[in-house]
Design a protein around this ligand. Sequence first.
Ligand SMILES: [Mg+2]
Length: 550
Amino acid sequence: MNDILSQTENIIKGLHQDSMMLELEEKYRCIEGKKGDDEQEEEEDEEEIEGEVERVFSNHYVDMGKIDTVGFDYDYTLVTYTSQLLELIYSMALQRLVQNLQYPPSMLHPDSNMTFDPHFSIRGLAVDRETGWICHLSYTHKVAVAFEGRKRVSRERLEGEYRGKRSLRPSERRQRLKPLNDLFSMAECCLIADVIQFFTDHNIPFCPRNAVVDILSAIGDTHVSGDFHRLVASDPAKYFEPRPHLEGVLRGLSSGGKRLILVSNSPFWYVDAGMRHVIGNDWKDVWEAVIVSAGKPRFYTDDARPFRLVDEDTGQISFEKITRLEPGKVYAEGCLKELTKCINWTHSPPPSPPQLDYITTTTNNSALPTTQTTELSSPMSLTSSNVLYIGDSLFADLVDAKRDFGWTTAAVVPEVSSEITLQRRGEFTNSQHIIDLLLDTLRRIQIEMGNGVRTPDDIRVMDGLERMVSLWREEQNALLGNPFGSIFRAQYQPSLFAHSLRRYCDLYMSNVSDLRHYSPQHRFYPDDARLLSHETEKVDSECWDFDEII
Ligand SMILES: [Mg+2]
C-alpha cells in the first residue's frame, strides 16, 4: 500500500513538473519574440485579470438607483497609504514601549530586527490576551492557525488551549480575543508577535496579558496623540498613494443624484491634508456634510452626542449648539441620531439618470457639481437601505450601520485584488488542479470501497491521499507570502473575516476607484448566494431576492 501511495505521489509530482515546464516554455517563446496567438492570449488574460480585480462584488442584490445618500470613511477608503505608514506606526509604538513602559532598550537596536514586516500579518486576525497568540479564526470561531511570537503553535497545543475542539465559548471569546480587523492593525499584530518573540529569545519572563495590554495601549497612543498624523500630513507624497480616479468617482455619484457624506474618525486637519493631496484644495465642494473625529462605532450607537463646528483655519471647535449641518462646513463628533435631525434631507424619488459621463475624470475641481438644496419637510430617517456606507473596517464602519440601521454597506478589501492576481498565476492554478484531482480520487475510491467496514489498508490510502492534499494546500498558502494564508480562509475553511464580510456587507471591492466602472443606477446581482452542499450541487436556481436590501 505504501508503494501505491508513493507511486501516486511521484506521478503527481511528475505532472506538476511537466506543467511547470510547459509554462516556462510558453514564457520562453514570448521572450523570443514569437508574437502570435499565444501572446495575444496572454494580453487578453491580463485584461481579464484587470477586469476581475477592478470589479465590485455583491453578496446581495443592490439597486444603486435607489441609493440617495452615499457615506464614506476616510482612512484606507478615500485615501490609501503606502507601507511606510505601517512601518512608522510600528516604530513609534515600539519607542513608546521602551521610553514610557521600560521595555528593554535593546529592542530598538538594529540587531533586534524589530521593524514592521509586511509579510507577517494579514487582516482579520485576533490576539488572545491570555496567551499573546495571534490567531486566525474560522467562521465557526475556531482557532485554525495561531502564532506565538513568530513561531507557529502546534496542533496539540492549540487543542490543549481551546479544549480540543479549538473553539471558545462566546463569553470566553469576548474576554480573551481582541479582533485586529482594520488595515492599521497590521502593525499592531506584527508588534505583538515580535515583542513576544523577543522576550522568548532572550529568556525574559513575561505575562502575555500585560504585554498585550502594553502594546495595544502604545499603538493606541500613536493614534490618539496625533504623532503619526503630523508626520504623514507633513509629507503626504511619501505616505498617501495616488488616487487618480477618486475625484471622478465622487463627481459621478454626485451628478448621478447621490448626496455624499464623509464620516471620519480622524481630525479635520489630517483629513484636509490627505484630501487636498489626492483631490485638490476644493475637495469639500462635492460633499453635503463633512464629519470628522466621529468616534465610530460610537457615532452609530450614541444617542446624545451633539455636533460641534470646526474652525477650518485654527482647528478649534466652537461651543455653539448645532441644529443644522451646512454643506461646505466641517463638523466634529456628533452621532447618527443627531445627523437625522441636523441634515435637511428628505427622502427623494429615485434620482434621474446622470447628465455627465460617469467615467470621465477631470482635474478641474470647479467642474464639480454644486451641492443640491432640498426643502425641509421632515428629517430623513437614516434607518434606511437607501443609504450606502463605504468603509474598510468591518466593525468600526459597517456592522452597526447594517445591523442597527439597515444601511446598504460596501467594504473596501484590497486583498481581493492581490489574492485574485495570485490565484491566476500558473503555480497556483497547477497546484489547484492537483488538489482537485486528489479530492476527486478520494471521492471515487470511497465509492469503490463501498459501504462496508474499511480495512487498515483502505484507511492508509485515504489518510495518505488526504496528507497529499494538505501538503499541496500548504504549497498554495506559501505562494500567498504570509504565514496565515488567505484572509478569506482560516486554514482551509471560510475565515471569520470572510463570514463577517458576507453577513454585514452587501458589496465589496478592492478600491473605491473600482466604482468608476459602474453607472450610478447600476443593479448588482449576486453571483451565487447558495449556502448548502445539496443546493450548490443539485439546485440550479439562485437564491437571492430583489427586495433583499429593503
Ligand atoms: Mg478606515
